[in-house]
Ligand binder design. Structure first.
Ligand SMILES: [Zn+2]
Length: 376
């Protein structure tokens, strides 16, 4: 068999992905700039004083008001970019979503972000006030528990805020999944149809949840347009994530990253207080932008490594899939269809792959499948 020819990317796909990347970069730097301005000008202390006044000097409520003010300013600043992102999906005919529905999602997303963000902030500053020396270890331990809880409740509480899900009705597919699971000696609790078509023309699938809530979700856009063999290939890939325990492994990595993050934040806060006299104390929540700044920069620095780790998981899940299905052909056709439907770049530059992609390029995944078939 000869080397497979890689379908070149259309100019449209290249343009769409380039715009998307610039949007991500602009959003990231806008966030950084906001944090830097708040800290550099001392406006963070002005916001803190407003929050205290609004809360009649009660700490916990004042912290909530402060986080809400920050979230509001951040949203107002980034709203233009967000709206442009919405327009882009329409311009490239990838979206079915009306403006009203998008705005409603934006509001829900903002409220959810505020709820989670203020919960995390209350935990951090509670830990700081209870144990100024070891607060970062306390906060870290609570964050670990929370990340497990969030992974568990995500498919049943968080995702349904934005999308509808229902158990997969297609008996043939359910039968195929049971056969795949039996061969893997494992059990996935369920397969759910994900009503993505109400909002997007793209297709997707994922393994989500933890323990009792672990499930494979398949977009209805995938179920409608792909053959049973192709869907089986996608299921086998998702099952590969399950068999290799990728969810748990990612959480373990997250635990390490979070520990490093909290340690760095503690160093930065102590420096800002003792050397630069920017804040009165650790418990002065006007220092929150510095905390966010340190974690944002850390996640940016670690991005290539975390993406590489994710691509490693994806390759493992792909290899699991190749071995589990009778022929790799439906995997290859499904990958090509997905790239077309989602306007994905099949062969991005190495730089783009390293910085932006959690999945290996389509061209590489197809080449791996064909190499597997040749060896068989
Ligand atoms: Zn995957």
């Amino acid at each position: 068999m000869s080397q497979p020819a890689i379908t070149p990317d259309t100019p449209e796909a290249r343009r769409y992905n380039r715009i998307h990347r610039w949007l991500e970069i602009a959003d990231f730097f806008l966030g950084l700039a906001l944090l830097a301005v708040l800290l550099g000008t001392g406006w963070t202390r002005v916001l803190r004083d407003w929050a205290y006044r609004g809360a009649s000097q009660r700490y916990v409520l004042a912290l909530f008001f402060y986080v809400a003010l920050l979230a509001l300013i951040a949203k107002l600043l980034s709203f233009g970019l967000d709206y442009y992102g919405f327009r882009i999906e329409h311009r490239f005919q990838l979206s079915n979503q009306s403006l009203g529905s998008w705005l409603w999602d934006e509001l829900k997303g903002w409220l959810l972000g505020l709820a989670i963000g203020s919960l995390l902030a209350e935990i951090v500053y509670w830990a700081i006030r209870s144990s100024p020396q070891n607060w970062w270890l306390w906060a870290w331990s609570i964050f670990i528990v929370l990340s497990v809880v969030f992974a568990q409740i995500a498919p049943v509480v968080l995702f349904p805020i934005f999308y509808k899900f229902k158990p997969l009705e297609n008996a043939e597919l359910r039968e195929r999944l049971l056969r795949l699971s039996a061969r893997a000696g494992t059990q996935v609790r369920g397969v759910y149809e994900w009503k993505l078509s109400e909002k997007s023309k793209k297709a997707n699938a994922a393994l989500t949840g933890l323990g009792q809530t672990r499930r494979i979700i398949l977009a209805d856009t995938l179920l409608e347009n792909y053959s049973s063999d192709e869907i089986e290939a996608v299921l086998a890939h998702e099952l590969g994530h399950h068999v290799h325990r990728h969810m748990m492994k990612s959480i373990v990595v997250q635990v390490g990253v979070t520990l490093l993050g909290f340690w760095l934040v503690n160093q930065a806060l102590e420096y800002a207080i003792e050397q630069r006299h920017m804040f009165d104390s650790l418990g002065d929540f006007a220092n929150l932008p510095l905390l966010v700044l340190v974690t944002t920069v850390l996640s940016f620095v670690l991005m290539p490594a975390l993406n590489a780790y994710s691509r490693f998981h994806e390759r493992q899940a792909d290899r699991y899939c190749f071995a589990a299905i009778p022929s790799v052909t439906p995997f290859v056709t499904a990958m090509n269809k997905l790239a077309d439907q989602n306007l994905a770049e099949r062969a991005p530059s190495r730089f783009v792959e390293v910085f932006f992609h959690s999945h290996p390029a389509t061209s590489k995944r197809i080449a791996a499948a064909e190499a597997f078939a040749r060896k068989k």
